[in-house]
Design a protein around this ligand. Structure first.
Ligand SMILES: [Zn+2]
Length: 237
């Protein structure tokens, strides 16, 4: 299986790879820095360079367990080695959004026991839905943004570890709920922790510590019925 370099170092902006397979406009590399879309985070884009030829990576998807890079045009691409390079500004923005959603999820779980139901990151905004067990007074959300900002400014480190699935059942908190939804074939689970705030099973890309999330605003908290609330955020670029 190809090496997923973004799991070990989300700050790698380029790498040298060897082509494993070319299928029309799609290519598989022996190792990649390109994050395939998943978990609400869009795929990376960027370029693959081979000699004097430049190939634009327009999307990246996980298909049958392999990471498939879709090129705008793969004419002239040949087996051998390539240089891969991310559209870094786009990826870094997703890392900030993604980590911000973890902070919000951790804080709402710690405060109300609310569980994140789903989330989606776009280029210019993100949203995350929560199921609350109780009716939260609307007044709470007037200082919600300040609470999140305080956590960001406290600069909590973001770390990862990988544990056997059965070990995770022993960890208190909301992780179990999520891990129970993972396919049985996944026996090793990658956990992403924001020290003192949150720990979740996640295969996405994150910033190193909360202060890197930087300036943001919570633009909306919408009622979706059945004690479900949608939190919409924007990070400033
Ligand atoms: Zn994550």
């Amino acid at each position: 299986m190809e090496k997923e370099l973004f799991l070990h170092d989300s700050y790698l902006k380029s790498c040298r790879s060897t082509i494993a397979e070319i299928m029309e406009n799609k290519v598989i590399l022996d190792q990649t820095i390109f994050y395939p879309s998943g978990g609400g985070q869009p795929s990376d884009t960027g370029i693959i360079r081979q000699g004097s030829h430049l190939f634009h990576v327009v999307k990246v998807k996980r298909e049958h367990g392999r990471i498939v890079h879709y090129l705008h045009d793969a004419t002239h691409l040949k087996p051998g080695s390539v240089e891969a390079e991310l559209d870094w500004d786009r990826r870094y923005t997703f890392m900030r959004y993604h980590t911000l959603l973890h902070v919000i999820a951790g804080h709402l779980y710690n405060t109300f026991g609310a569980l994140a139901a789903s989330n989606e990151i776009y280029e210019d905004r993100a949203r995350i839905d929560f199921k609350f067990e109780e009716n939260v007074p609307e007044a709470y959300f007037s200082h919600f943004e300040n609470e999140i900002r305080q956590i960001i400014e406290e600069d909590h480190p973001v770390t990862t570890r990988t544990l056997p699935r059965e070990e995770i059942a022993k960890i208190p908190g909301s992780i179990k709920t999520i891990v129970n939804l993972l396919p049985a074939s996944i026996q090793q689970v990658r956990l992403v922790a924001i020290q003192g705030i949150d720990e979740q099973a996640c295969g996405g890309t994150h910033v190193r510590s909360t202060r890197e999330i930087g300036a943001f605003s919570i633009v909306n908290v919408k009622n979706k019925g059945n004690n479900i609330k949608r939190v919409e955020v924007v990070v400033k670029t």
